[in-house]
Design a binder for this molecule. Structure first.
Ligand SMILES: *Cc1c(COP(=O)(O)O)cnc(C)c1O
Length: 431
């Protein structure tokens, strides 16, 4: 089949918590002052209780609340496509399938967790949620989710991408979100960086620090679009759906490709399959693809580090390029992060996830091939997964092997066309 759908009744009813199946839990976050594992009291000002519980839960399946499911049904299940035209173009014996999260209401996978996080916040009386956003996809998702659950939203949008992708600002404002370019003059850390450079491009690490500074008195909570266990948990609906969809075609993947920024879309598609590797001795390779210019998993050190630039978060055991690392100005803003999800780092260390990186110009070429063959314009982030899959499919052609490849297309690229224009005109700043 070219396109495989699921009925509303077939949508998975629970999130899948991979931690319950791991032989060894990932190392815990530490309090930077004591170097002891953090207690819930350190997270309490930031997140509602339900999300803190999910962060440390050992339950295998966590039920998706009805109120969230109602909204999921407006765009889920997202389609799974067989990339027949891409396969033909490459002349590969491999089968390539892609899950299209770009079909969500906001155009990316981020809405899956935004809705869950907004729901639990609303339940516990939060009035405003503040957050950071890189390329703007997370800000869009949280703007919609907070509006649907009748709360306010304050977004610190990394300045480089605020300027590159201004229509994402307009979109957030359509939902009444307040959007500030980061670094901003609204926080101490923002003012510090603006003093150094009035046009500072910003980074996710700085924007996280700004949002965290705004958290106060129980009514303004903070929300993160990737990295943390509960965020990865919410994204597992992607892989569970994909598994059901592939079953309808009598398929199971040999290898899965996802792009890697903080780890949420890769985890979302891959964790339900890695669960099979652990509990059912299935064999699936999972590959994280990141930009060569922000090589967190391929070149970063596996160590305890801060999640933000101002060093206000707990210490996380993760691959890191250093919390002061400001990534080069690439178009895939969602991948410009110095750190990684501790859970993904742990799985990389244990050999469940492989890593690779690719040059921006090669990523953009892969995006163009995909657009011309499949007719879907991917986000530049998602194009990293496409690049990985194309390389794999060409390897299959060389060796005459018939693998089944699964890709997560984490978002669409309609609001990233400025970046594609720079590529087409040969004007990309980073090659
Ligand atoms: C945010 C984003 C990413 C990167 O974040 P992960 O947590 O690594 O998934 C990738 N693709 C899109 C479309 C995004 O919006």
């Amino acid at each position: 089949m070219t396109k495989i759908s699921l009925s509303d009744k077939e949508i998975p009813t629970h999130y899948y918590n991979i931690i319950s199946d791991l032989p060894e839990s990932p190392p815990p976050p530490l309090n930077p002052e004591t170097n002891e594992p953090i207690g819930p009291e350190m997270l309490k000002p930031l997140f509602p209780k339900a999300l803190i519980e999910q962060e440390v839960s050992q339950e295998k399946r966590i039920e998706i609340p009805d109120e969230v499911m109602e909204i999921y049904k407006r765009y889920r299940a997202t389609p799974l496509y067989r990339a027949t035209r891409l396969e033909k173009h490459l002349g590969t014996p491999a089968k390539i399938y892609y899950k299209y999260e770009g079909a969500s209401l906001t155009g990316s996978h981020k809405l899956n967790t935004a809705l869950a996080q907004a729901y639990y916040n609303k339940q516990e009386g939060t009035k405003t949620i503040t957050t950071e956003t890189g390329a703007g996809q997370w800000g869009m998702a949280l703007s919609l989710a907070t509006k649907f659950f009748d709360m306010k939203c304050l977004v610190f949008y990394v300045r480089l991408h605020y300027k590159q992708k201004p229509y994402r600002v307009s979109y957030m404002r359509m939902f009444d979100a307040e959007v500030l370019p980061s670094p901003s003059n609204q926080t101490n850390i923002g003012r510090k960086f603006l003093k150094e450079d009035i046009n500072h491009p910003g980074s996710l690490g700085i924007a996280i620090s700004e949002a965290m500074e705004k958290v106060s008195d129980g009514t303004i909570k903070y929300s993160l679009g990737s990295v943390l266990n509960h965020v990865l948990l919410h994204q597992t609906i992607i892989g569970q759906e994909a598994k059901l969809q592939l079953e309808k075609d009598d398929e199971y993947p040999d290898v899965i490709y996802g792009c890697f920024g903080g780890g949420s879309n890769l985890s979302g598609i891959a964790f339900p399959f890695i669960g099979d590797v652990i509990t059912k001795k299935k064999k699936v390779r999972v590959v994280a693809v990141e930009p060569e210019s922000c090589p967190t998993l391929t070149k970063g050190e596996y160590k305890y580090d801060f999640g933000d630039t101002a060093e206000t978060t707990p210490l996380f055991k993760m691959h890191s390029l250093g919390s002061d690392f400001i990534p080069p100005k690439i178009q895939a803003g969602g991948l410009r992060y110095h750190g990684a999800a501790p859970l993904v780092s742990h799985l990389v260390e244990k050999g469940y996830i492989e890593t690779m990186s690719a040059k921006q110009s090669d990523i953009m070429k892969a995006a163009k091939i995909f657009t011309q063959t499949e007719g879907i314009l991917p986000a530049p982030e998602s194009a990293h997964a496409i690049k990985g899959a194309i390389d794999e499919a060409l390897q299959c052609k060389k060796n005459g092997t018939k693998k089944t490849i699964l890709i997560n297309i984490s978002g669409n690229g309609f609001l990233d066309l400025k970046g594609y224009e720079e590529f087409l005109d040969g004007k990309l700043e980073v090659k």
